[in-house]
Every structure is written in structure tokens, then in C-alpha cells.
Write a protein that binds this ligand. Structure first.
Ligand code: ATP
Ligand code: MG
Length: 331
């Protein structure tokens, strides 16, 4: 149905998102520009892609609930407090005991020689179970959002596939950020297979050029893979190209969008902020191109500042950024 907003998009109007994904602690050496190896002081913030997306959505005026598990220790409690501070519903965040730990990310606020070190040994979030996702009342939400890492290990993988079934049965669109992080997976072959299966079940798919290339078996085949998904199973597919912009397949159209150039302080957080800005804008009923551009603007705001969740703009900050920026590049 060319030109008609698809069903998946009209469903977002409730603006109440269920996010399956992790929450963790981020540490960044301060001041900006400091190498971790030389650090004397660190800034602490909430992190983890699921929590970041949820926090970004709330900042943009939506509601969001997170489904995951954290270690029942001071780092896990920090995450729970932060979710409260950001206004993310944590009813479905379970505390677990044992040797599992909430994940930790130590990353630098600099682009040149950037180092990101992620601690995911015995990650608590991978302990999310089928019973955990079956405890959620899907009918309360407008859509289910997830990102690739939840599929990297069991029992989280089976639990997320079960959540997809339950969400689908409740009529929710499934929104999937491929977000492939090799370090979380047993092998690239397993990752390519599982991520492709998840992609085939999703209504809105967001990924970067490398991720679509990875699922397709070669970087040169990624764009065609994104187009094929949009022609077959998905209603919207966003193929992101970092600082080169994005190509979006929706309603039989290919929409090319640029970026809002900024002085990037770090490469991290672009994808999560893009997702939050994009979905919040779509759920307001904005046209596809406008929503993509607003997601890009949210990403620009985040890469230009230290931190991820703390750097994400609220609606007023996004409007202020758009008002003073000369405009997006054309591609
Ligand atoms: N340096 C930058 N300056 C401005 N905008 C950027 C920059 N990097 C990324 N963006 C914007 O963010 C969007 C998403 O970025 P990208 O394609 O890097 O996603 P990603 O690889 O999923 O990110 P992440 O590494 O956070 O997961 C891009 O389409 C672009 O609009
Ligand atoms: Mg990403």
C-alpha cells in the first residue's frame, strides 16, 4: 500500500514501549579526552542499549518499561535507582543472586584512539528467562523493542523469541535493532543465523551497513538484504551508514537521509539515541523522513557530549538543536 502509513506505525500511537534489553553501569574518564589508561576521575552513568533506548523514549515524551535482570548487589541497585530517575518502568527488572554480574562499560570521551572496554563475563541480563517474559501483559504496550545482544546467549535468547511470539499474538509490532556486538556471541555463524531469524520476525528493523552485510554474508550484499526484508516481511527497514547517513525502505519507497554534522566527542551512543528519537517521532505521527532526520539529530546531540543516557536530548533540547543547526547533509 504505497504512501499509506503501515499498520505497524499506526500501532505506535499509544507511545508506550516495552523494551527487552540490558541495563548496566557506564564509567567514562573525565575530563573529556582523557585516556582510560591515564584516568584519575570517572563519570558514572546508566548504560546498556535497552536502558538507553528506554530513557531516550521517556525524555521524548513516551512511556517505556524495561525487561531484564540485574545482579542483586550495589551495581544492580544503582541501575534500578537510575531507571527510576529516568522514569523507566522497572516492574519487569528482576534481581538475581549468584555469580552473575550486571554489565559494566568503561569508555573514553574521545574519537581518536577511542577505547571501549565492556565487562560482560557472566552477564546478569543473559539470565532473563521464558518465565520472566511470560509474566508481562503485552496488551498494555504499543510495541516491543529489542536489540541484538539479548539473542547472544541462553536463556535470554529463547526468552526473547518467546516474547516475540507473545507480542505478535497481542498484536504489537516488533522493532529490532540488529546491534551486532561480536564479543557477546559464541561464534559469528550462530550470530548470523539467530539475528537473521529475529530480523525475519520483525516489523521495523534498524541496523548499520556492517550488520546487514553480516546477516547477508558480505558487506556488499547488505543493502539488498535490507531491501528484500522490506519487500517481504518487514514494513520499515532502516539501513544506517554512520556519518554517511541512512537509507530507509518503507511503503515501497527508498528514503535517503544525511546527518547533522557536529564535532563528535565519541562514537558511542549514536545508535540508541537514533532509535529513541526515530520511534518517538514516528509515534507522534510524523512522516517517515522527518522521523529519520529527528533520530539522526538525537544521535548528533549524543555523539557531541560525554555519556549516553545523560546526553540524550528531551523534546525541548532536540527542538533547540534543530533550530540552531544549519541543517542535515544531503545524500
Ligand atoms: N559522527 C556522527 N556525527 C553525526 N551523526 C552521526 C555520527 N555518527 C552517527 N551519526 C548518526 O547516528 C545514526 C546512527 O549511527 P550509526 O550508523 O553509527 O549506528 P550504529 O552503528 O548502530 O551506532 P552504535 O555504534 O551506537 O550502535 C546515523 O545514521 C547518523 O544519523
Ligand atoms: Mg547499533
Amino acid at each position: 500500500m504505497m504512501g499509506q502509513p503501515s499498520k505497524a506505525r499506526s500501532d505506535l500511537a499509544g507511545r508506550n514501549f516495552l523494551v527487552i534489553g540490558r541495563v548496566g553501569m557506564d564509567l567514562c574518564p573525565t575530563p573529556a579526552g582523557t585516556a582510560t589508561a591515564d584516568a584519575q576521575d570517572m563519570m558514572v552513568a546508566m548504560g546498556g542499549s535497552g536502558a538507553n533506548i528506554a530513557a531516550g523514549l521517556v525524555k521524548m515524551g513516551c512511556s517505556a518499561a524495561l525487561v531484564t535482570s540485574v545482579s542483586d548487589d550495589a551495581v544492580g541497585w544503582y541501575c534500578l535507582n537510575q531507571l527510576d530517575n529516568y522514569g523507566v518502568d522497572r516492574t519487569h527488572v528482576k534481581r538475581i543472586t549468584g555469580e552473575y554480574r550486571t554489565s559494566l562499560a568503561v569508555y573514553e570521551s574521545r574519537v581518536e584512539d577511542h577505547q571501549s572496554v565492556i565487562y560482560r563475563n557472566n552477564a546478569a541480563d543473559f539470565q532473563m528467562t521464558v518465565a520472566d517474559v511470560e509474566a508481562v501483559d503485552y496488551s498494555q504496550y504499543s510495541a516491543l523493542i529489542t536489540a541484538g545482544t539479548v539473542f547472544a546467549a541462553e536463556p535470554s535468547r529463547s526468552a526473547t523469541f518467546r516474547a516475540f511470539e507473545l507480542a505478535r499474538a497481542a498484536g504489537l509490532p516488533i522493532i529490532f535493532d540488529v546491534d551486532y556486538r561480536p564479543y557477546s556471541w559464541p561464534s559469528p555463524e550462530v550470530a548470523a543465523d539467530v539475528l537473521s531469524r529475529a530480523g525475519a520476525m520483525s516489523d521495523i528493523i534498524v541496523g548499520n551497513d556492517e550488520e546487514f552485510g553480516f546477516m547477508a554474508g558480505g558487506i556488499d550484499k547488505g543493502l539488498a538484504k535490507a531491501r528484500t526484508l522490506a519487500e517481504t516481511s518487514a514494513s520499515v527497514v532502516v539501513y544506517k551508514m554512520g556519518p554517511k547517513g541512512a537509507v530507509t525502505f518503507a511503503d515501497g519507497q527508498e528514503i535517503r537521509t544525511g546527518i547533522y554534522p557536529v564535532n563528535a566527542l565519541k562514537p558511542t551512543g549514536a545508535g540508541d539515541s537514533f532509535m529513541a528519537g526515530f520511534l518517538a517521532s514516528l509515534s507522534e505521527g510524523r512522516p517517515m523522513k522527518d522521523a529519520i532526520l529527528r533520530g539522526s539529530a538525537c544521535a548528533s546531540v549524543v555523539v557531541a557530549k560525554p555519556g549516553c543516557a545523560p546526553a540524550m536530548p528531551d523534546l525541548a533540547a532536540l527542538e533547540a538543536f534543530l533550530a540552531r543547526h544549519p541543517g542535515a547533509t544531503e545524500i
